[in-house]
Design a protein around this ligand. Structure first.
Ligand code: 4NP
Length: 155
């Protein structure tokens, strides 16, 4: 079992988007029995909530319905995952600040490190316009395709 957790700040925009896309890619590849996929936020303000309505609208329009409920990523989560994928450098710094050991730090990376055609951050769309949500979808999808290729090639 490969255990993957996508992490942003609020767990209502970017990381549930990446989780839904990656879940769908894994299902399309027939690998759902080999993956445990989740998402979380470094902040807990939105715990229990569905994804932001703009994220859900964008994702549904693009064929990926989302049902995730927000949760906060805590130190205990590191032991439950093999790969912890941060959306931006601030998320990454927040994660590394609570990582309890070297193994936790080793498994924590920027999601876009896995994008074969790009690198950098998935920018926070929360305070911006509708277009930002399509950009988040595109960036997450490209990186998730690369991530799945890497993880399946390693096996
Ligand atoms: P996310 O976006 O980290 O992609 O889920 C945000 C959601 C909520 C807030 C910030 C970013 N907030 O400040 O509440």
């Amino acid at each position: 079992m490969i255990r993957v957790c996508f992490v942003c700040l609020g767990n209502i925009c970017r990381s549930p988007q990446a989780e839904g896309i990656f879940r769908q890619l894994v299902q399309e590849a027939g690998l759902q029995d080999q993956f445990h996929i989740d998402s979380a936020g470094t902040g807990g303000w939105h715990a229990g909530e569905l994804a932001d309505p703009r994220t859900r609208a964008t994702s549904a329009r693009r064929g990926v319905p989302l049902t995730h409920r927000a949760q906060q990523f805590t130190e205990q989560h590191f032991a439950a995952f093999d790969h912890v994928l941060a959306m931006d450098r601030s998320n990454l710094a927040n994660l590394l600040a609570i990582a309890p050991d070297e193994s936790s730090r080793q498994k924590t990376r920027l999601l876009r490190d896995h994008d074969p055609a790009g690198s950098g951050e998935v920018p926070d769309p929360y305070a911006g316009g509708e277009r930002g949500f399509d950009e988040v979808f595109d960036l997450c999808r490209a990186a998730c395709v690369g991530l799945l290729a890497e993880l399946t090639a390693e096996r």
